[in-house]
Ligand binder design. Structure first.
Ligand code: PPE
Length: 306
């Protein structure tokens, strides 16, 4: 995806012009993958720009840093204020927000303790993750030949740059083979998630997604969809999903900040249900986009006005 530059980037507490937000090539994160980050969306709601699930994303950022024993040199509230300020400074109506915390330039060697922890917040305009038609038409995907990280190797619940080495293998293979995305199985062969999305299936009018122990990221969109399903009276459960259950599901869809709710119409060239967006997927989308656009009252307090 080409980057839509914005004016300014928040860099360790200061705003710097987009083209000047640079780091040294000997930064620890570049060599050893020592970064944790977030992907957050601000929507142009009917009452102005508002950030979707901001507190949840910030909590996950601090949790990811904690797992890696990284001390973020700003408080939760300071990072929150900085995110809102960055959106204002760049005059966005809607945007994708990318805060990243990483071990910077200091010493060489795996031991990161001699390197600073740097914090950057960039905002960009970003449309539909899996293509403009994907939200209605759905996407064609495959099961990746790459597995997700095994438990107690790279922690899947931390949104760390290192995990995206695995995601890149999944994504590159899928694209090379003509698919929009790959679904990875976990080390035991159960369904885990996409390279950058959680996954849900619908079978017998029940929503099912893998539990957190199946090498998935604890997606904020995943959590919101489970809550919305309950609000709508759709049973939702976290349960192990064997691969073959995907092919015989009535509906399958991805969730993620970037992907939002994207239907899957085929997996490994096997048509899912009737091969287009299913009714439960559509109902959840209507609720999701109604809330993010501010058309449906924010009953859960999920929007933070900019
Ligand atoms: N799993 C993975 C591996 C993942 O990267 C994401 C988000 C999710 C699940 C969904 O999490 P959430 O956004 O909290 O619902 N992926 C981000 C990065 C995508 C990218 O290409 O960069 C995103 O959607 O922002």
């Amino acid at each position: 995806m080409p980057i839509n530059k914005s004016d300014k980037i928040w860099f360790n507490g200061e705003f710097v012009p987009w083209d000047e937000a640079k780091i040294h090539v000997m930064s620890h994160a570049l060599h050893y993958g020592s970064s944790v980050f977030e992907g957050i969306r601000a929507y142009n709601t009917v009452s102005g720009p508002a950030v979707w699930l901001l507190d949840g994303h910030l909590k996950r950022l601090f949790d990811s840093a904690k797992i890696y024993r990284m001390e973020i040199p700003y408080s939760f509230d300071e990072v929150k204020a900085a995110i809102l300020e960055t959106i204002r400074v760049n005059k966005h109506e809607a945007c994708y927000i990318r805060p990243i915390v990483f071990r910077g330039y200091g010493e060489i060697g795996v031991d990161p303790r001699g390197c600073p922890v740097d914090v950057v917040i960039a905002t960009i305009e970003w449309g539909r993750y899996l293509g403009p038609e994907a939200i209605e038409q759905g996407v064609d995907v495959c099961i990746s030949s790459w597995r997700r990280m095994a438990p107690n190797t790279l922690p899947a619940l931390a949104k760390s740059g290192a995990n995206y080495a695995n995601s890149q293998l999944i994504k590159l293979e899928a694209l090379e083979d003509g698919y929009a995305e790959g679904i990875a199985l976990d080390v035991a062969g159960y369904v885990s998630e996409g390279s950058g999305e959680n996954l849900f299936i619908v079978r017998d009018d029940t929503l099912v997604t893998p539990p957190l122990g199946f090498s998935v990221l604890g997606g904020l969109t995943r959590g919101a969809v489970i809550t919305l399903a309950k609000d709508l009276g759709i049973p939702a459960q976290e349960q192990a999903i064997p691969r073959e259950l995907l092919y015989i599901a009535d509906e399958v869809f991805f969730t993620g900040t970037a992907a939002e709710i994207t239907p899957i119409r085929s997996i490994d060239k096997v048509t899912i249900g009737p091969g287009r967006r299913g009714p439960i997927t559509e109902r959840l989308q209507v609720e999701f986009f109604g809330l993010t656009e501010g058309e449906i009252p924010d009953r859960h307090g999920w929007l933070t006005p900019v």
